[in-house]
Design a protein around this ligand. Structure first.
Ligand SMILES: [Zn+2]
Length: 129
């Protein structure tokens, strides 16, 4: 029987992330300063601003990607928050969510309860938790 070693898997993932971060850092520096590298008169504030902006962009992308994976939990019928009746997804709505690092656009599954005549977003109920 095959057994997954989570420690080795986690180490491998951490190493892969570290490698990708290194590559990303090199690409961001190349984009910002070209092949010549950063200019001599560059200030720490300017360096910090590039890093911070990149971090915000990464945080937004990660939040959106995880939200898209998380919404898969809501593909099955969901109970109406008002009457508890199981309801099917009626639509998918694009929404803009505010994150700690700016706005991200996500798609939320929308459900509709025919008994209560109302729509609800079960995956969005957890926003802010
Ligand atoms: Zn209902």
């Amino acid at each position: 029987m095959f057994k997954v070693d989570r420690t080795n898997e986690s180490d491998a993932v951490s190493q892969a992330i570290e490698q990708k971060m290194k590559e990303l850092t090199e690409l961001i520096a190349l984009k910002e300063y070209g092949c010549e590298g950063p200019p001599k008169d560059l200030t720490w504030r300017q360096i910090e601003t590039v890093g911070h902006g990149t971090g915000q962009t990464i945080a937004q992308r990660i939040a959106a990607a995880i939200q898209q994976e998380h919404r898969e939990h809501f593909e099955a019928p969901q109970p109406c928050p008002q009457c508890g009746q199981e309801c099917c997804q009626s639509d998918e709505v694009e929404r803009e969510l505010e994150t700690l690092d700016g706005k991200v656009r996500v798609n939320e599954p929308q459900f509709h309860c025919n008994a209560c005549r109302r729509s609800f977003f079960p995956s969005a109920n957890r926003v802010g938790d």
